[in-house]
Design a binder for this molecule. Structure first.
Ligand SMILES: Cc1cc2nc3c(=O)[nH]c(=O)nc-3n(C[C@H](O)[C@H](O)[C@H](O)COP(=O)(O)O)c2cc1C
Length: 316
């Protein structure tokens, strides 16, 4: 019997080491308790819980989610219990699971981002911080990710306030995402997460009303995968730090596509809602898929996209 060749699944995102490249995305996995009966949480490469803010937030008025063709539109509005409740109630559970906990934070302004990072700096169980500078559902929330100078300043401030690895999560709702990524790198980010949701709208023409209570929301799911792949590709070519791919991932083929486009790891989001065990299925399939690609580690395949003559494979 021939043994399958060993594949090294570990990845490094700057100072953050992950056991494997399959993570779950903020806002789509709760604080993990909800998924415990369905998913072997200890196997995940990392968990990014729902974004926290300094104070508790009730979020936006309903409706807050609408299904669209191949996607989901949401305007949750960062509904969360605030940083102190997170530290007291959610973090101990998350930290007990094993995978690195990448705590996602959002501030209304520079000072809030920095104060939250300083508060988390010495909290046991936080492996890294993901800066949500890209939420489309909170007024003011998107500005940091839309402006390179503001993004650089907030990353630099957070870096000075805490020694944890930093991931800057960027919005696709800009003209030049690479410029924002370069700014985040200059500010001291360890990695770039790309992308958050794409600003969108759903309309009930009979009532002449938007379907979301907030009017507009963020589109996610398979509908945005081509946009996310394009963003990852552009960012990966512009920065030296690793990129975490997010957007529409729901299969092992999607994961490999993101690796080839330049991602060193991925986060699975909307797919968790309609297929809660998707992360486990992808993890099961990952070693064989890397072997099929001729890679003995994730590193071997990252950014190997060859431009020029297009693939003659009809599958897209
Ligand atoms: C219902 C919902 C809530 C979300 N909440 C957050 C959040 O709190 N923080 C954040 O950074 N991203 C949030 N996101 C964005 C996801 O983390 C992810 O970036 C995006 O959905 C694209 O990935 P996907 O297509 O796999 O879902 C949310 C997405 C959805 C669908």
């Amino acid at each position: 019997m021939v043994n399958a060749p060993a594949v090294d699944l570990a990845v490094e995102l700057g100072r953050l080491r992950l056991p494997n490249p399959i993570l779950v995305a903020s806002g789509t996995f709760g604080y993990a308790r909800e998924m415990a009966g369905l998913v072997d949480l200890a196997r995940l490469g990392g968990i990014v819980p729902k974004t926290i803010t300094r104070e508790p937030r009730a979020g936006n008025v309903p409706w807050r989610t609408v299904e669209t063709a191949a996607g989901l539109l949401n305007s949750i509005g960062l509904d969360n219990d605030g940083i102190e409740a997170y530290i007291a109630h959610h973090l101990p559970y998350l930290a007990s699971l094993g995978p690195p906990v990448i705590t996602s934070i959002a501030g209304h302004n520079y000072d809030e981002f920095v104060a939250m990072a300083a508060r988390l700096a010495d909290c046991p169980g936080v492996a890294a911080i993901e800066l949500n500078v890209s939420c489309p559902n909170v007024s003011g929330g998107v500005d940091f990710g839309a402006d390179p100078a503001m993004c650089e300043r907030v990353v630099r401030g957070v870096r000075a306030a805490c020694g944890l690895p930093i991931l800057a999560k960027l919005t696709p709702n800009v003209t030049d995402i690479a410029a924002v990524a370069v700014a985040a790198e200059r500010g001291g980010a360890d990695a770039i997460s790309a992308i958050n949701t794409c600003l969108g709208m759903a309309v009930d023409w009979r009532r002449r009303k938007p379907l979301l209570g907030n009017g507009m929301g963020g589109l996610s799911g398979p509908a945005i995968k081509p946009i996310a792949l394009r963003c990852v590709y552009q960012v990966a070519r512009a920065v030296r730090i690793p990129v975490v791919g997010i957007g529409g991932i729901c299969s092992i083929d999607d994961v490999l596509e993101f690796f080839v486009a330049g991602a060193s790891a991925v986060q699975i989001g909307t797919a968790n809602f309609y297929n809660p065990t998707v992360s486990m299925k992808i993890l099961d399939a990952l070693p064989a898929a890397l072997t099929e690609a001729g890679a003995s580690s994730v590193r071997d395949i990252v950014g190997t996209l060859q431009l020029g003559s297009p693939s003659n494979c009809s599958k897209v």
